[in-house]
Design a protein around this ligand. Structure first.
Ligand code: GLU
Length: 276
């Protein structure tokens, strides 16, 4: 039996306890199974990611006692792989250009017939209108058309994934609306890069926080559209602090470097997080 899992942080800040918990969960699962543990740096968003945070990820994980297959995959070095996947989807008529600004999307949501929570569904523009906007130099994102995807697959009923320990889950990609697969500013988007990389890195177990459970529904659809295998998923609970709040970079949670700086040992942190 093979077993390959990964930890895929975005270098938008320093790692904190929540990341350590997630990385250790995946690493220890790979070790228990005698499998592979892979590290992936998800840095396609050049507006938010910084190289010094990537370096810090390597350092902090090594300090924690983790070891991963070298070299780690750094997404920004592989844009060509994501472009190839986008080309495939475009070639099948599954993507359309969306010229709407963030503000226009928020406004459209506010007046949606079923309220602001209704998933975004756009409409491809008629070719003349599109050409005019392109000629004006107006920016656009590529969105996945749920209607076209549904038609290509003959419906979404056959889309399921296994949640480890819970059996088969029916994927509901329709709940997310027409997701962006290539952002206006960075040329690719999270969901696309993740499914391409999970396949290229031969990941058969995706272990990550439950905050990404919804993402799995979309990623399952993309796997079907790109003829990629579907890994087994395990979404672990998020680590919370003494007040029950989850650790998050934006809350300025104490980072692994801070812990290290005040003399906490990796063994002590591992024990605190429930790992021996
Ligand atoms: N890069 C994502 C994050 O840091 C994780 C992606 C994933 O595990 O699929 O939240």
């Amino acid at each position: 039996m093979t077993f390959a899992t990964r930890f895929a942080p975005s270098p938008t800040g320093y790692l904190h306890r929540g990341h350590a918990f997630s990385a250790l969960t995946a690493f220890e699962a790979a070790r228990a199974a005698g499998g592979r543990f892979v590290l992936r740096i998800e840095d396609i968003d050049r507006t938010r990611c910084r190289p010094e945070f990537t370096e810090a990820i390597f350092e902090d994980l090594a300090w924690l006692g983790l070891d991963w297959e070298r070299p780690a995959r750094v997404q920004s070095e592989h844009m060509i792989d994501y472009e190839a996947a986008l080309d495939r989807l475009r070639g099948r008529g599954l993507l359309y250009r969306c010229f709407k600004t963030r503000k226009e999307i928020v406004e459209a949501a506010a007046s949606a017939p079923h309220g602001p929570e209704e998933p975004f569904r756009g409409d491809p523009l008629p070719p003349e209108e599109e050409e005019a906007l392109l000629a004006e130099g107006k920016g656009f994102a590529w969105r996945l058309s749920l209607d076209a995807a549904r038609e290509a697959l003959g419906g979404f009923d056959g889309l399921a994934f296994v949640e480890d320990g819970h059996g088969s889950v029916q994927a509901r990609p329709d709940l997310a609306g027409d997701v962006v697969l290539a952002r206006k500013d960075v040329g690719v988007a999270y969901h696309l890069a993740v499914v391409v990389d999970d396949a290229l890195q031969r990941i058969d177990h995706v272990i990550r926080g439950v905050d990404l459970f919804e993402a799995t529904h979309i990623q399952r659809l993309l796997q079907a559209l790109l003829d990629l295998p579907t890994p087994t998923y395990r979404h672990h609970p998020l680590l919370t602090d003494a007040e029950g709040r989850r650790f998050a970079k934006r809350d300025r949670a104490e980072t692994l470097r801070d812990l290290r700086g005040r003399g906490v040992s990796p063994q002590a942190l591992r024990a605190e997080l429930g790992f021996s």
